[in-house]
Design a protein around this ligand. Structure first.
Ligand code: MTE
Ligand code: MO
Length: 193
């Protein structure tokens, strides 16, 4: 009789052992099948409208680089190894843009950041070294990042997809305000009226 009770208790504890043994590790906490990510969609609004799932975004050409940013209060985030999709790729999938158009990046919390065509090519950004001294900008790329340090971008870090400004050389700091978190809409806006 006692053995039966012990047996039932052991069976009931198996899920806890499995989770403790790493079957539900930290990686799974920010999994691509995370319930909050499963319903996520990226809407591209240009001359064409396109809607992407996270899997579809991940299937686009991948861009990698070093990303590092600073908040207005001087707090540094990074350095990170960033991977995602070049914003130019997404703009082209939305039908492209004209020199006077701008790209509006927004998130469900109401945050919005606008890039012009010069920035889309990686020019016109303010960059700093690790001591936060302003430096001449090396070539930069704007990406919609879905992976940070080899892991799916977590919700707390702005996942499933966040803007990152990356460079091939490490230690280049950009302004955090452009690093839009929880991006769900990318819109090409015409400034010609
Ligand atoms: N969606 C969204 N993205 C955002 C913000 C925000 O409020 N909402 N804040 C921006 C700013 S001003 C900074 S400095 C960086 C880091 O902000 P955090 O300290 O809120 O993470 O995220 C940027 N991306
Ligand atoms: Mo900020």
């Amino acid at each position: 009789m006692k053995q039966w009770i012990i047996m039932i208790m052991i069976l009931a504890l198996i899920p806890f052992f499995l989770s403790g043994a790493g079957c539900l590790d930290e990686h799974d906490a920010a999994n691509y099948s995370d319930p909050s990510f499963r319903d996520w969609r990226l809407t591209l609004n240009g001359t064409d409208t396109r809607v992407f799932t996270l899997a579809e975004l991940r299937s686009l050409p991948r861009a990698d680089g070093h990303g590092y940013c600073v908040s207005t209060t001087g707090f540094r985030f990074g350095p990170y190894e960033c991977a995602g999709v070049d914003l130019r790729e997404l703009v082209s999938l939305a039908g492209g843009m004209h020199p006077n158009d701008s790209v509006w990046i927004s998130a469900p919390d109401g945050y919005l950041w606008v890039f012009d065509t010069e920035q889309l090519e990686g020019n016109g950004f303010i960059t700093f070294d690790e001591n936060l001294s302003e430096i001449t900008s090396p070539p930069l790329r704007i990406i919609l990042m879905y992976e940070q340090d080899g892991k799916p971008l977590s919700y707390d870090d702005g996942g499933p997809a966040r803007i990152a400004i990356i460079s091939q050389e490490p230690g280049i700091i950009t302004e955090g305000s452009a690093w839009v978190k929880w991006v769900d809409t990318i819109e090409i806006r015409s400034n010609n009226g």
